[in-house]
Design a protein around this ligand. Structure first.
Ligand code: KIV
Ligand code: ZN
Length: 388
């Protein structure tokens, strides 16, 4: 069966912090319902104190969602935690997610606090949140640029104070898979009571390694992955949920991880988010890009038509698409052309086929993509010129 990983979706919180991705109340509720269908374990519904709109969204999502834990983010401040609880308390399974930065850079320049003050504050705020609910996640912002010994001491204390989940964010997308693995190992070795909390990771994609770092963390003992649909999020975004989940699904043989996500809801979730935000994914985006299951070259098309596993490592159906796509262009061969003709209902003689194929190739040299309408024109024109 492998190791079970909990999927913590933060599309509605960290994802929404992506430029152009803000959502209104109704849109957030719709997205939250889709995340429930996708079967994520935790929905981070927002940052309740950030605005009245965010507060209302967290509250309504908490009331609506029945099968996932619903979390609200809160800085390590009493007023944030009070507000998070006021919004999230309606959830069947509420979680308060509180955080404070722990790297020297953040402590010195942003918080203007000494490490000991940060530690004391973290402990006090976890205790404060614990008065409200059982499930408390604590995040050490900019963890990967923090002193691991200090972090371990801080984690030890917040676990004693009642934190149930310890989150290790790579806030600025700075780490690499090997380094992150070693970092988490060091934290584990130096935190006596680490087994009393769940280890979570939260990776940003500034160097394009968010998914790789997330998966490397599992090897070191992480059991919760934080991610967003389409990888939206601050700057270059967060680890993409669809990539993490399909990597676990497709490479179970080496990763040996599984989660509860219904992969057939992935495409629907991706499309819904793009429709709501108006932010579309790039065509070559892994898993959900328009070209992720499209084949253009003749060699690939021939291979896939004979046996799909020649060039497809997962099925389009597994993410909720009905079919793969054969894009007809200048690299396409006769097999794919003939296959498309059959789909369109044409059964040509060998001579007719050769003529149409030549005309198709001529057209493909001039156009990026040859559409079904173009093929219809070729066949119809030939039929008119050479009536049977
Ligand atoms: O990237 C980050 O550090 C965060 C925390 C608030 C978890 O989003
Ligand atoms: Zn983040």
């Amino acid at each position: 069966m492998g190791k079970h990983i909990k999927i913590f979706d933060t599309t509605l919180r960290d994802g929404e912090q992506s430029p152009g991705c803000s959502m209104n109340l109704q849109e957030k509720i719709q997205m939250a319902k889709q995340l429930e269908l996708l079967k994520v374990d935790v929905i981070e519904a927002g940052f309740a104190i950030a605005s009245q709109g965010d507060f209302n969204s967290v509250k309504e999502i908490a009331k609506t969602v029945k099968n996932c834990t619903v979390a609200s983010l809160a800085r390590a401040l009493p007023k944030d935690i009070d507000c998070a609880w006021e919004a999230v308390k309606y959830a069947k399974r509420p979680r308060i997610h509180t955080f404070i930065a722990t790297s020297d850079i953040h402590m010195k320049y942003k918080l203007k606090m000494k490490p000991e003050e940060v530690l004391e504050n973290a402990v006090n705020m976890v205790k404060y949140a614990k008065r409200y609910c059982e499930d408390i996640e604590f995040s050490a912002e900019d963890a990967t640029r923090s002193n691991p010994k200090f972090l371990a001491r801080l984690f030890e204390e917040v676990i004693k104070a009642g934190a149930t989940v310890i989150n290790i964010p790579d806030t600025v997308g700075y780490t690499t898979p090997d380094e992150f693995y070693d970092f988490i190992k060091t934290i584990k070795e130096n935190t006596k009571n680490i087994h009393k909390a769940e280890i979570s990771v939260h990776c940003h994609n500034d160097l394009g390694m968010a998914v790789a770092n997330t998966l490397a963390a599992a090897k070191a003992g992480a059991t919760q992955f934080e991610c967003t649909i389409n990888g939206i999020g601050e700057r270059a975004g967060n680890a993409a949920l669809e990539e993490i989940v399909m990597a676990m699904h497709t490479r179970k043989d080496i990763l040996d991880l599984y989660c509860n996500v219904d992969t057939t809801q992935i495409m629907r979730s991706s499309k819904l988010l793009s429709t709501i935000t108006g932010v579309h994914v790039q065509p070559n985006k892994a898993i959900v890009g328009n070209n992720a299951f499209a084949h253009e070259s003749g060699i690939h098309q021939h291979g896939v038509l004979e046996e799909r596993s020649t060039y497809e490592i997962m099925t389009p159906q597994s993410i909720g698409l009905s079919e793969n796509k054969m894009v007809l262009g200048k690299h396409s061969g006769k097999h794919a052309f003939e296959d498309r003709l059959k789909t369109l209902g044409y059964h040509l003689s060998e001579e007719e086929l050769m003529k149409a194929f030549e005309q198709f190739k001529e057209l493909a040299d001039k156009k990026k993509v040859v559409y079904d309408d173009d093929i219809e024109v070729i066949i119809t024109r030939n039929a008119i010129e050479n009536p049977q």
